[in-house]
Design a binder for this molecule. Structure first.
Ligand code: NDP
Length: 339
């Protein structure tokens, strides 16, 4: 399928807002190209076909999607659908013998993640999650500062990522799996994991009061939560659908470092107790897709595998469990940290 190609062909599944971002990033990749699309909307078929010069045979809908198996132009399927649809389409992509990138959150339950990982293993294809910040210089610098203990041992972490005015499927629990935690709070969970290099041993979460009970009928409008790590570090996090917050702050024994804004596609800025971080701006999604293509070509592991997405889901589920019961929830970590 991918043998000897200079660029691997990617098919985007679900042509919404984020696929628009990804298709422009694809123009900047070195090792990938847009090879096809999967959409349920007729007008998008024509629009994408003309705009990106796609042959008819590389345009699919959700019904004939499985016949993508016969299409040698497509090496990677990139699932960019509402969260509760990720599991089905990753499993079908694997059954079609294609490598898969799945957007975050990987799915809406850990059981779904297990099915997705198993399906990819069985099919002998690679699975990665769309964690673009693992390919962004400020986040790589934060990982390095923490790992090399440049400012000594980490003491505390504060992280917040919020979004105002969500709409559509994001407000429906059946499609989204939850509210801002699933959508943007997940970045804080990720950051706490890669700053500490550890897995949380317990979480405690509190739902914020709802200002708009009708709009947020099935999901939380906002929440705060604490993640506890085995070395005594705590990460205090928050996420909301009614304000704009976007930072990561790390206090260490002999100094501090922070990113603000921290999780945006562009314009991430960093500071340390010694001054500004002077790092280049990159196309995160282009780097992420190129890295996956290289992982496939060179038969090496991806730094953002399905197992990482599964671990995040496990933590998100524990946070919801705490929020709903009012209890501190301990997390059993059966696997080693994946960093
Ligand atoms: P959009 O609502 O903009 O697009 C989702 C697309 O999915 C739709 O346009 C539609 O495409 C398809 N779809 C199929 N069934 C449904 C349905 N029942 N309801 C709604 N859409 C449906 O969402 P986003 O692009 O913002 O998000 C998609 C995924 O990407 C999510 O998992 C999200 O978390 C993730 N994401 C990741 C980001 C990141 O930075 N990594 C940023 C933004 C989103 P069509 O008409 O072609 O069938």
């Amino acid at each position: 399928m991918d043998n000897g190609k200079e660029k691997l062909g990617i098919a985007l599944v679900g042509l919404g807002k984020y696929s628009e971002e990804l298709v422009s990033a694809l123009q900047e990749t070195k090792h990938c190209r847009l090879a096809g699309v999967v959409t349920g909307t007729e007008v998008k078929k024509e629009k994408w076909k003309n705009k990106y010069d796609l042959p008819d045979r590389n345009i699919y809908d959700y019904k004939n999607f499985d016949s993508i198996r016969e299409n040698a132009n497509i090496d990677i399927i990139y699932v960019v659908l509402p969260n509760s649809m990720h599991a089905e389409y990753v499993v079908r992509a694997a059954a079609a013998g294609k490598h898969v990138i799945c957007e975050k959150p990987m799915a809406v339950t850990v059981d779904e993640c297990d099915r997705m990982i198993d399906a990819c293993k069985k099919a002998g294809v690679m699975l990665s999650i769309g964690y673009r910040l693992h390919f962004e210089p400020h986040h790589l610098e934060v990982m390095k500062l923490a790992r090399q203990k440049v400012y000594g041992e980490i003491k505390t972490i504060e992280a917040a990522h919020s979004l105002s005015n969500p709409a559509g499927w994001r407000l429906e629990k059946d499609l989204a799996g939850g509210g801002p935690l699933m959508d943007v709070g997940i970045y804080c969970v990720q950051a706490a994991r890669y700053v500490t290099g550890l897995e949380p041993i317990a979480v405690e979460a509190f739902e914020g009061s709802k200002k708009n009970k009708e709009k947020f009928k099935t999901i939380e409008e906002s929440l705060t939560w604490r993640m506890e790590f085995s070395n005594g570090v705590v990460a205090d996090c928050s996420s909301s659908y009614s304000k704009a917050e976007n930072y990561l702050k790390v206090e260490a024994e002999n100094g501090w470092f922070e990113l603000s804004p921290a999780y945006s596609y562009r314009g991430i800025k960093g500071k340390t107790s010694d001054g500004k971080m002077d790092l280049p701006e990159v196309n995160q999604q282009a780097n992420q897709m190129d890295d996956f293509a290289l992982a496939i070509m060179n038969k090496r592991l991806t730094p953002v595998p399905g197992e990482m997405g599964r671990q995040d889901l496990k933590i998100l589920q524990a946070i919801y469990h705490s929020m709903e019961t009012g209890k501190r929830i301990e997390i059993e970590n059966e696997q080693l940290a994946l960093h």
